[in-house]
Write a protein that binds this ligand. Structure first.
Ligand code: B16
Ligand code: MG
Length: 218
């Protein structure tokens, strides 16, 4: 059996990935750049500042000072925080809490591996904090996804070898990070973006403990 499951937050545990998208879209409108869902795939799992850089790169005529960039990043976070105000215990995605319970029943550790500075707050709003033995968020890592540091930090904190870990992600950057950490990667979403994952499920309702473990052991 694996010894540690590391969950991504936004887009895996709850649908805040949608709120990040809507907040970037709104900021994009202000800047006159259009952000569609396809482009948004490149922002998933990527830090706030790096996401902003990728958006600004869409329009080479936008050259901004560091100070202006900080203001825009703060604006985006304000939109995002308005959107997550309504997040509550009913908004954990289907199948996730059952999976968390099953992992616990098997005496396997659970960590969070999120790029978000808002991660602990969202987990708290969902009422899921108690399931987690360790939380890695943006404050704990120097190099964000696709660098493996988010995932290795969780394993190191709990003294678990990387090949004994399973990482669950909705973002291509996150799957890349898990693979580079030498862990088993489970992708949640479309094969178009997650083909590099060791095992892909269409959505969280298909996250089945036995099935993951079976693929992990093969
Ligand atoms: P914040 P995850 C990531 O969270 C999101 O996927 C990404 O869209 C966001 O830009 C990033 O967190 C930073 O979030 O602005 O709240 O610090 O998917 O790694 O849980
Ligand atoms: Mg995510």
């Amino acid at each position: 059996l694996p010894k540690l499951f590391i969950f991504d937050l936004d887009g895996v545990i709850t649908d805040t990935a949608e709120f990040h998208y809507l907040a970037w879209k709104k900021l994009g409108e202000k800047l006159g750049v259009s952000i569609d869902r396809n482009f948004n795939e490149q922002l998933k799992g990527i830090s706030r500042m790096e996401s902003l850089e990728r958006i600004l790169a869409l329009d080479p005529s936008l050259s901004l000072s560091e100070e202006e960039k900080e203001i825009l990043a703060t604006d985006k976070n304000e939109y995002y925080k308005q959107l997550i105000e309504t997040v509550n215990e009913e908004q954990t995605l289907p199948g996730v809490e059952v999976l968390l319970q099953t992992i616990k029943e098997n005496n396997i550790k659970i960590a969070l591996g999120s790029a978000s500075k808002n991660a602990s707050m969202v987990l708290e709003k969902l009422g899921l904090t108690n399931y987690f033995d360790y939380i890695v968020d943006a404050a704990k890592v120097k190099k964000g996804k696709p660098d493996p540091e988010t995932f290795t930090t969780a394993a190191d904190a709990l003294s678990i070898a990387y090949p004994d870990c399973v990482g669950i992600e909705d973002a291509a950057a996150g799957v890349h990070a898990i693979n580079d950490a030498n862990m088993f990667s489970v992708g949640v979403g479309s094969m178009d973006h997650l083909a590099k994952a060791n095992f892909v499920v269409h959505d969280t309702s298909k996250l089945d403990f036995e099935e993951i473990v079976q693929h992990f052991s093969n």
